[in-house]
Design a protein around this ligand. Sequence first.
Ligand SMILES: NC(=O)c1ccc[n+]([C@@H]2O[C@H](COP(=O)([O-])OP(=O)(O)OC[C@H]3O[C@@H](n4cnc5c(N)ncnc54)[C@H](O)[C@@H]3O)[C@@H](O)[C@H]2O)c1
Length: 275
Amino acid sequence: MEKMLKDKVCIITGSGRGIGRAAALMFAAEGARLVITDIDEAPAAGVVEEIKKTGGQAIAVVGDITAEGFPERLIKETVDAYGPDIDIIVNNAGYTWDAVVHKMTDKQWQAMLDIHVTAPFRIIRAAAPYMRDNAAREREQQGRPKCRKIINISSIAGLDGNFGQANYSSAKAAVTGLTRTMAKEWGPYNVCVNCIAFGFIETRLTQAKEKGGAIVRDGEQVAIGVPEKIRQMFTLMCPLGRPATPEEAAASILMVASPLADYITGQVIRVTGGI
Ligand SMILES: NC(=O)c1ccc[n+]([C@@H]2O[C@H](COP(=O)([O-])OP(=O)(O)OC[C@H]3O[C@@H](n4cnc5c(N)ncnc54)[C@H](O)[C@@H]3O)[C@@H](O)[C@H]2O)c1
């Protein structure tokens, strides 16, 4: 049987670890040519190595997707490596920076908008010549262009809200607006644009906060993780009774990326175990 993503050029942001990494490995197993992009160099290089070991193709583009000029560099390096055509973008990179509203700083608020919605917007805009414009030419030459895809990763926090996450929830809600709008703007070019809203996936982002996990952003320590009590509450609320593995989450991204979903666009798909 032909591989589902044979030779497709796919960019997955935040693919050094977690859901993005699992998606990259699955996409590569289905024949895709990957761009692994992450702020952390070692994990990104590790994923590239894993893919190459199994005979796949991958390059790493390391950097902060919120940095000025990085989205444009990401697209340029993709095109330099694989040629002037892009099939799939998965806007997945993200993190949380929690606080209740009355204690939230402007920096915390803005950081979430920057990573979850501004960076995807800039990446899509920079990719327009290699997605929308290529499709416009194909439409002129052959009628219907080939199907290209954008998959934006959101969260049920963006749909339902979440205590202590006004910044993250607002940014993830904006991802829905971006998705629906892009589906309308680029639908005529056969670019399917969908959003996957995850519930509770077991990754570094959702590890027990009590473990003291932190990342550094703009020279500031940002505590990540979910308090153990809340992790337990989510598990109890979840009809399937457990968080998903990164692979289970990534499988839904592959499903939407695959030709089986070529008529699905403008949708927000909840992958939550039933929450
Ligand atoms: N884990 C969950 O339960 C859950 C639930 C809903 C939504 N999500 C979303 O899924 C996506 C992936 O999260 P995950 O759970 O795999 O987390 P993760 O921390 O395991 O992976 C996220 C990756 O994004 C990278 N990243 C973070 N900031 C970056 C930046 N500025 N530039 C480039 N790369 C950056 C990190 O280095 C990391 O490798 C995120 O958008 C997250 O909001 C996760």
